[in-house]
Structure formats: structure tokens, C-alpha cells
Design a protein around this ligand. Sequence first.
Ligand SMILES: *[C@@H]1O[C@H](CO)[C@@H](O)[C@H](O)[C@H]1NC(C)=O
Ligand SMILES: *[C@@H]1O[C@H](CO)[C@@H](O)[C@H](O)[C@H]1NC(C)=O
Ligand SMILES: *[C@@H]1O[C@H](CO)[C@@H](O)[C@H](O)[C@H]1NC(C)=O
Ligand SMILES: *[C@@H]1O[C@H](CO)[C@@H](O)[C@H](O)[C@H]1NC(C)=O
Ligand SMILES: *[C@@H]1O[C@H](CO)[C@@H](O)[C@H](O)[C@H]1NC(C)=O
Length: 375
Amino acid sequence: MQQPLTTMFVIFLAFTFSIFTTTTSVTTIGVTYSSSPPQSENISAAMSTLKLHSLRLDDPDPSIIRSFLYTNTTLFLSIPNYMVSPIASNRTLALAWLYAHVVPFYPRARITTISVGNAFLDSYPEYISDLIPAITNLHLSLRNDLGIRRIQISTTFSFVSAISSPFPPSSAVFQEPPGTSNNFFGSLLRFLQETNSSFLINVFPYNLYRLRSEIPLGLALFQEHAFNYRDDVLTGVRYRNLFDMMVDAVVSAMAVAGYESVPIVVAETGWPSGSTTGNEVDANVGYAEIYVRELVKHIASGEGTPLLKDGVREVYVYEMFDKEGKQGRDWGLFYPNATMKYDIDFSGTSSFTFGEYSFVSVALSLSVAVSITFL
Ligand SMILES: *[C@@H]1O[C@H](CO)[C@@H](O)[C@H](O)[C@H]1NC(C)=O
Ligand SMILES: *[C@@H]1O[C@H](CO)[C@@H](O)[C@H](O)[C@H]1NC(C)=O
Ligand SMILES: *[C@@H]1O[C@H](CO)[C@@H](O)[C@H](O)[C@H]1NC(C)=O
Ligand SMILES: *[C@@H]1O[C@H](CO)[C@@H](O)[C@H](O)[C@H]1NC(C)=O
Ligand SMILES: *[C@@H]1O[C@H](CO)[C@@H](O)[C@H](O)[C@H]1NC(C)=O
């Protein structure tokens, strides 16, 4: 009996090892839609073209949510910033928003996340003390008035207003917003931990690259060149892209605040493919394509980041369509006429999670079969 049991154990270990080495990252990739007017058919068509199953809707029109009934597309909804203060002072308005955007569709539409505002701190810094009361009112309406427990409530920050600096990532801390009690982020993170919700943040290496002239373009665009790295002198970790540095800065800030186990979702990331203001030579279609393609490849590698081996939970590419006639930067994967700007293959990433799960179950049933044989 001794010999077969040992063999079985070795085989079992081998399977277990292969499970752990292949299921490192379960990051889901999605895309953001924020243009108006609503064009539901065009959005569904674009999701199929991209082969994506996660959609983030800024200020969603109910007709768009309706168009995803009975599909397996997960929906992340953002409440517009101008509604945050009214919702903070009147819970009836929270319930009214839920009655218009969630109640008629859920759970037939797979709404997973509601963000109360998007970069609210940047738009309404003087009303920042309304943010947590608004989140609380939404949470109470959803849980107590409607009895819905599976949708997470959170809010979205921009990297530059939430985090001190990613140089080096390990020394980053949250910047307490002026005019708040001295533990704003701590209170928010405690709520997120207690309600099993994620910390949502917009991560734009492009913006940081524009702000800091010493950052090489290749570091922002995931280029593997000999000199494209930055060492974190405190941890000895070598970074080869700015995205990982920014994510690890968030990881470090959360650890300092005492909440390192709250999952992180990158609610927006991307690279502009054009700009109507001059002198933005790095906002071009070629760089936008490189950024998105390399981001997808990096996420699909399952390596996570140096400080977050499992990676962030979700990443939403900003954004689906260019906004028609808008001044400033264009971020779309598609022109307003729904022609794609460049070919990009997301198919290896959005179903990644499910592929991994099925691999785990195959491996487990194999090891069970092996042990039965040997016993
Ligand atoms: C979701 O739908 C797409 C397209 O129909 C399919 O490829 C994918 O496997 C589905 N995912 C799940 C979890 O059902
Ligand atoms: C809260 O909003 C509802 C709906 O608009 C309104 O009827 C009610 O008067 C408001 N309550 C307060 C205290 O402002
Ligand atoms: C927390 O969220 C995860 C992912 O959404 C889910 O699988 C898990 O069951 C949740 N746990 C609780 C206690 O709600
Ligand atoms: C869509 O717009 C882009 C940019 O303006 C243009 O290059 C392309 O030819 C258009 N496609 C169609 C089908 O009209
Ligand atoms: C949007 O969808 C409608 C209906 O399918 C279609 O007729 C229209 O051409 C689409 N618009 C664009 C810009 O693709």
C-alpha cells in the first residue's frame, strides 16, 4: 500500500501545483460607455465586436440597461456627480434613482456595481463631505428598502486626487481631501470592507506622463526596453510599466490605511488617440493602440502587479465611442460612426476567468480519479 499511496500523493501534488501556477490572476476586462445620446443597438454591437462581457455606464440611460436584459454582460453603473449632494440629503432620491435604474431590470440584467459619482472629488471638492452620506443612503435603500444584497455600492476616485505620488509606489499614501475629518479614506474603506465592495479608481498613465517630464514614454506604453524601468528603492522591486506603479501605489496607500484586503477595480484606463488642442503629440492612434494592446496582454499574462499577485479585480477601458463634436481629447476605441480605430482582440481576457475555473475543475476531478485508481 505504501508505494501506490506515495505515487498518488505525488500526482495529487503535481495537479495542485499546476492549479496554483495557472490561476494567478482573475482580472476581468470591460469597457466604458459614456457618450450620449443613447444608442443601445450600437452599444450591443460594439460589445460583440470587442468580445467583451463587462460594461461600465456613466450616467446610464435606463433604455441601455434594458437592452442588456437576459444577456451575460455585467453592468457597472455610475450615478452622475450632480446627484450626489441631493442624494446625501434625501434618501427618497436614492430610492428614486434605484427605482428608475435597477428595480425594473435586476436581476435579469446583471448589475454588479453602483458607483456614487465618478471623480466627485475633482468636480465638487467643496461638497466632498456629502459623499459618504450619499453612499450610505444608496446602501440603505438598496439593502433595507429593496432587499437587494448582491450589488456593491462604492465611489470612484481619480488617481491624482486620491494618491500622493507613485514614486516610489511603496511610499504612496492617500491624500485626505481638504475640509474632511482626518480619516476620510479610512471611513470609506471600512464601509467597503464591511459591505464586500471594491475600491474604484481611474488610472491614466497618460496623465501622469504628461505631468512628470522625467517619465519615459516607453514606461507609460508597456515597452520592454533596457532603460524602461524604475526601481522602488524602498522595496527593491523593479517596475517596467507605469500602470503597475500606479496600481501598487493604491495597494500601498490601502495597506497604510489598514485595508489591504479590499479589492481594487480600475474603473477607467486608456490612452487618447487624438486631441483638438494642439501640442499633444503623444495623443495619437498609434500610441492608443499600443497602450490598449499591451495592457490587455499584461492583464492576460496573469502576473498581476509586484505588490498584488492576483492583480486588480476588473479593468474598464475608457472608452467605447468618441464623443461627437467634443473639444479636448478623444479616447474612443470606435469613431462616432462606430468604425473601429484599430483592431484589438479582447477575447483572451474577458472569458479568462471562466476558462480558469473550468481548468480547475478538470484538474480536481482528474486528481480524484487518480486517487480512486490507486486506492
Ligand atoms: C457569455 O456570452 C458569450 C457570448 O455569447 C460567451 O462566449 C461566454 O462564454 C458567456 N459567458 C458565460 C459565463 O456564460
Ligand atoms: C425628498 O425628495 C422627495 C422626492 O423628490 C421629495 O418629495 C421630498 O419632499 C424630499 N424631502 C426633503 C426633506 O427634501
Ligand atoms: C463577496 O463578493 C464576492 C464577489 O462578488 C462573492 O463571491 C462573495 O460571496 C461575497 N461575500 C459575501 C460575504 O457577501
Ligand atoms: C468613420 O469615421 C472615420 C473618421 O472620421 C473615417 O475614417 C471612416 O471612414 C468612417 N467610416 C465610415 C464607415 O463612414
Ligand atoms: C446604430 O444602430 C442602428 C440600428 O442597428 C444602425 O441603423 C445605425 O447605423 C448604427 N449607428 C452607427 C453609428 O453605427
